[in-house]
Ligand binder design. Sequence first.
Ligand SMILES: [Zn+2]
Ligand SMILES: [Zn+2]
Length: 435
Amino acid sequence: MRFIIIAITVLISTAFVADNPSVRIKKLIAKDIDYLINFYKKTHQNPEISLKEKETAKGLAEELRKIGFEITENFGGYGIVGILKNGDGPMILYRTDMDALPMYEKSGLDYASEKTIEYYGEQVGTMHSCGHDMHMTTWLGTARAMVELQDEWKGTLMMIGQPAEEIGAGAELMLNAGLYEKFGVPDFGIGLHSSPTIAAGQVGFGKGYTMANTEMIDIKVFGIGAHGASPHMSIDPVITASMIVMELQTIVSRNLKPTESAVVTVGAIKGGIKHNIIPDEVTLKLTVRSYSEEVRQMIHKRIKEISKGVAIAAGLSEDKMPEVIIPDSFTPANYNDPDLVDKMITSAGTAIGKENVIYAEPQMVGEDFSRYGQTADKVPTVLFWLGTVPEERMKSGNLPGLHSPFYYPEPKKSIESGVSVVSQALLDLFNNKKI
Ligand SMILES: [Zn+2]
Ligand SMILES: [Zn+2]
């Protein structure tokens, strides 16, 4: 009798476990994994750079259309929007980016990209070295799982295929094309990015600001040119520019509050053509990173003050003051909504085990996903890190970063954890709108 009761209990609990959504997700992924790995490798071999994602977008649109999504193509460049309406409930945006980078791949993989393109007159390779191919694959895998799981949730799933992330333009293109006006304002927005330092099978979350305001600033430094042997007849812009570069180092070290973060990097100095000619112009190219608007404005102010001050000290007249060019458009800092992060950490723990959900510290890189949460609608958004590093690389400590020609994700584990975390998070959010 006792044996029978135990047997019945086991049977009942087995039946119960089989009905559990997270178990269903795992089974769906197991069924789909070969398809997704194939899709991943095909995408990896066919990278298209920013604003040229024509075939990539077409392929993604086709994949979603055949599983029942309503598709809008060419929405803000090659952007695509896939909508799956499944009764009354919240609307959730899930975004992937689609673009690759103009560089030769050196990963040595048997499915490495061999595609080349003409880029500013030069023949260069193309490579998914930022892992956007992995983003597209987990995005597709999640869409396929959510279709199969339609009896488990109610609401509207908005799948965004975004172009031109690498040049910081794609999110703005899609929002300016009327994404929220045409398809509705989502209740939540989710995105992920491949991590080159977190092991495949794990995910990382940061709260609040996790990525920086990213902007490119040019400084044109003027001077008076002369023969290299007659420096006394010049006001040498190479010297003025050099002094500006050194003074700029004091912005972070002396003007920034020690508890805040910022970066001012001069990545290029361009001026002159020949050994014995003192030129009359030098251009400095800066990348500037910050989290808050206050710090960003302070850096702008100091760059202008330092440039002008050094030029005055060099004896330059008012009409030869440096020109500081700050474009209006920049990639804003990514802000992860703290409540949504808490919710997603719980979902991720359910999906892949709490031990595989780790804290990810903020970085000064930029990501235009931030824009989806920064319209007047203030949609709560989270961009989390998907661990992609193969086990042997984790052990060896050889961890090529994003945009490295040697970077590659471990496909199977990364896809499995990406799809299960996002699918679980979507189910939890759809079933519990108020957080
Ligand atoms: Zn990138
Ligand atoms: Zn990226």
